[in-house]
Design a protein around this ligand. Structure first.
Ligand SMILES: [Cu+2]
Length: 128
């Protein structure tokens, strides 16, 4: 019975953790990694995303970070872009509110300007 309780608690915790982020995606460029999450599933309009940045496994704190989501023009639709400066939440986490005007595949560029060292850019996509 004791083991059963443990299994139950583990399952409960697993469910809780998986509900914490409705959206999650990893991207990288060389040794710089981005763990992108959103508490709500991506949707048309405003989306709050948090990007956790690391270089060689070490959190990147105190960087200037901006995000650019864009969709090239398609038949009947002009090019769309949402470019925002991210807010530093500390501990390598940066929050940005992206306006994704329509569903589909968005190109996402994450621009990272650390206090010291080279700037870098991570490219990925967002789909919904
Ligand atoms: Cu489009």
């Amino acid at each position: 019975m004791k083991n059963l309780t443990k299994i139950f608690l583990a399952l409960l915790l697993g469910v809780t953790l998986s509900q914490a982020a409705a959206f999650s995606k990893d991207a990288k460029f060389h040794s710089t990694t981005a763990h992108i999450t959103a508490e709500k599933p991506l949707t048309t309009g405003s989306n709050v995303v948090v990007v956790e940045l690391k270089k060689a496994g070490k959190v990147i704190s105190d960087a200037k970070v901006s995000l650019k989501a864009f969709m090239p023009a398609m038949p009947g639709m002009p090019a769309m872009v949402s470019k925002v400066n991210a807010k530093n939440l500390g501990n390598g986490k940066y929050e940005a509110k992206l306006n994704l005007a329509m569903g589909g595949t968005w190109q996402l560029h994450i621009f990272i300007a650390p206090k010291e060292g080279k700037k870098s850019r991570i490219k990925t996509t967002l789909n919904f």
